[in-house]
Design a protein around this ligand. Structure first.
Ligand code: ATP
Length: 355
């Protein structure tokens, strides 16, 4: 990347990550002044004058550049209102979440701009908010703190922890749950038991629900073993998620968690047969761990060897009876996995009196 200008800065996560020596997911640029003006001689792909942001194509790469801006929160917990596009870099950095994310690096001189002690907090491994209203303005920062704390092995600084405790004692539930959900997903998709431990111990779960489900087994191990597509919902699916806007698939996961405890292996198979893996894992955490794991480890891959063609060859006309036959064979196979195809044929012949 060689885009340079004396008013152009790397900002936020990329500066933090460079100091931590970890790779960055994305590179944010901030232009002290009006980024859209700055970009007018570049290859602009998209611009958003309301936010002062612009996307350009530079050396084959898509780059987002934001103008310096201030933000105010007319309604606590909701999206901020942008003001003073083109403000000083210092005022832009002031609107950010933690000192470690409020640093910039000049693209020409390489100078690090650190008004709030971010470098020192990286050294101390501390997450510190920039002002005492920070969590009131934007409670999703509590989850961002959780995410960064487990990602980097950092702790909340004492004053920040007090502010978090105070906020969690008196939560304003009238907030932007859209952003909260995004942070919950990012945090729990990391599949880190420590994040869940802190979520519970620090009372962060109260942002969602005042009731704490009792979970006695390791969620991290369960997820590592079975690899669901949406780990976050396995962590949080036993909480009341009604405040979050769930997708159709996510709703299905929650609604499909069975509650009964089947007695036979065939009943176990049938109970789990058509439900998402995440629902089975949530069953493991809330109803019966052994039943769920037994299904996933030993029963899930059970398949009848005969198919419709084979039944046709036996002279059985296609119809509802096929389903009944397959279920019958499935039950037999679950009891005895070593059945061969000819064993299955014999079972069908026997049951339906075919010579
Ligand atoms: P990651 O490595 O997870 O992408 P990041 O710090 O780059 O970390 P982003 O969510 O991409 O995280 O945000 C970019 C920057 O925007 C942050 O470094 C921070 O300065 C600022 N920021 C993001 N979210 C907030 C927020 N809720 N409140 C204040 N500042 C924020």
């Amino acid at each position: 990347m060689t885009l340079k200008d004396k008013n152009l800065y790397y900002v936020g996560g990329v500066v933090r990550d460079e100091m931590l020596g970890t790779p960055s997911f994305d590179i944010d640029f901030c232009y002290e002044g009006n980024a859209i003006e700055f970009a007018k001689n570049l290859n602009i792909l998209k611009e958003n004058p309301d936010f002062g942001t612009v996307r350009v194509l530079y050396n084959g790469q898509e780059i987002d550049i934001a103008s310096t801006r201030e933000e105010t929160y007319p309604k606590a917990g909701h999206l901020p209102v942008v003001k003073n596009i083109g403000c000083s870099l210092k005022n832009d950095l002031k609107r950010r979440d933690f000192t470690i994310n409020a640093m910039a690096k000049n693209t020409v001189s390489g100078e690090i701009i650190d008004y709030f002690g971010g470098m020192e907090d990286i050294r101390l491994k501390k997450l510190k908010v920039l002002h005492s209203n920070s969590f009131i303005d934007d409670p999703t920062r509590i989850l961002r703190a959780l995410k960064f704390s487990v990602r980097f092995g950092f702790e909340l600084d004492d004053e920040t922890k007090k502010l978090q405790d105070k906020y969690l004692e008196n939560i304003n539930y009238d907030m932007s749950y859209h952003r909260l959900k995004k942070e919950l997903k990012e945090t729990f998709n990391l599949n880190n038991e420590e994040a869940y431990k802190r979520f519970v111990e620090q009372g962060i779960y109260k942002l969602l629900d005042n009731n704490l489900p009792t979970i006695t087994t390791s969620i991290e191990q369960l997820i590592s073993k079975y690899n669901p597509i949406t780990p976050w919902i396995v962590y949080l699916g036993l909480f009341d998620l009604s405040k979050l806007e769930l997708s159709v698939e996510e709703k299905k996961i929650i609604e499909s968690i069975p509650t009964q405890k089947p007695k036979t292996e065939f009943e176990i198979y049938k109970m789990f047969e058509n439900i998402p893996l995440e629902s089975i894992l949530l069953y493991a955490l809330s109803v019966d761990y052994n039943i769920a794991c037994h299904y996933l480890d030993n029963l899930k891959s059970t398949r009848v060897k005969l198919n419709g063609e084979d039944l046709k060859k036996l002279g059985i006309p296609n119809g509802k009876i096929y389903k009944e036959i397959f279920n019958y064979l499935l039950e037999k196979r679950i009891k005895n996995q070593s059945l061969s195809k000819s064993d299955e044929i014999n079972l069908v012949k026997e049951k339906y009196g075919i010579l």
